[in-house]
Design a binder for this molecule. Sequence first.
Ligand code: ADP
Ligand code: GLC
Length: 469
Amino acid sequence: MKVLQVASEFAPYSKTGGLGDVTAALSAELARQGAEVTVLVPRYAGSLPDGAAGARRFAVRGLDSPMEVIELTTPGGPRIWLLDQPRLYLRSGIYGERGEGYADNPYRFGAMCHAAAQMALEFGFDIVQAHDWQAALTLEYLAELPQAVRPATVLTLHNLAFQGRCSPDWIAPLRLRPERFGVEGYEFWGDVNPLKGAIGIADAITTVSPGYAREILTPAFGEGLDGLLRGVSARVTGILNGIGGEWDPATDPLIAARYEAGATEGKAVCRAELLREAGLDDAGLRPVVGMVSRLTRQKGIDLALRPLERLLERDTIRLIALGSGDADLEAGLAELAARFPARASYQTGYAEGLAHRIEAGADLFLMPSRYEPCGLNQLYSMRYGTLPIVRAVGGLADTVTDFAEPAGTGFVFEEASEAGVASALDRGIAAFAQQGSWQKAMDRAMRRPADWQAPAAAYLNLYSNLTTR
Ligand code: ADP
Ligand code: GLC
């Protein structure tokens, strides 16, 4: 089975969120299970991976000008094709700078899709899997080919809110077929919508949790595409993400001490070190609440600011937050850290090491998302024995069991409101005081199976159903 994965992120070389983790871990596990996997991803600024200097390069026809591919291979792992076009990709951001997306993003990712479609044909791939809107036009270009030579296509939705909508002025530069600019095609309220076009023509559509696969068929979560998705719902499935190997407290080199279920002494070391690193007072018997997040409306951080403020006033928690995004949310967290310098800390920017140390050193992890296609941080939290506080939505509801249940691994609340977040935080704080039952929940959370073996097998099964049609 020859599989081409097309994506805009691939960890550790490029990552702004969970997408990069997923493309890397999924393709590694697919390769381990015997698929011949290639990943096509742009080569952005920043250091080139080991082995890139002497790597094979080959040319691929671009939309207007030629592009190059740097080919990296690892024994037993996926082959990586870094699409090298400095004018398009060697910039200081992946999608934009200072909160502004690059104006030519349709072209930057359209060029990647155009290259992907050519190579899919040229190299005889059986399956092309396109991740999110950035890879969606691959399906548009492939649809121009006769059925007999075309690979089967999978469109994976990691976040339906981002659709790549842009002006019809892009139709010509992207060399899209004008006749597809209509209700049946990629037209959406007068704009070009790459994701919409791909949903209409993908052989299979996957989302990253079964819960989100159901939710996107409803107006509340469908982002304007629920009607279209209901029409193709027979082709929509949810396959839950797993955890990649670099998120394991037993081996994690980025945390202060290693630990695992049944031997958690190291977690106390990680907790003390995290408080020290963040410059906070000793937590004593108070829980340390961690947050690592893109700061956007999706994540519900706005609903958490006032409840956290009240808890900090009462001196019942320590708070350690990491994240960047919307200016008002950054300001809200910075204000908490400034008002309570010994109780709360906030770091902006992107910091992989600190993200690991928060997962390891915190007691509770707060993730009050309005919607969450899957969510990886709650999975990482459970693996690190840090009980997540999550809203009952999408992948969060699929993965976290409430503390009140015998199999509890975290705290689940329903209502997207300050009151909802506050009462879940209160429950978490109260539960932390009962160390006997807390330790048991921690143990269950840490032992919860969440690797990529089963999800990768589910993708392989889907691929084989598509190729034996
Ligand atoms: P999403 O993809 O919607 O952002 P996920 O929970 O699936 O949410 O994945 C988020 C990933 O991004 C996690 O690996 C998390 O650790 C990482 N992350 C988010 N913000 C930061 C940050 N500021 N610094 C380091 N890692 C971050
Ligand atoms: C998106 C979603 C997140 C998911 C990630 C990886 O960024 O917001 O819920 O975990 O993709 O699939």
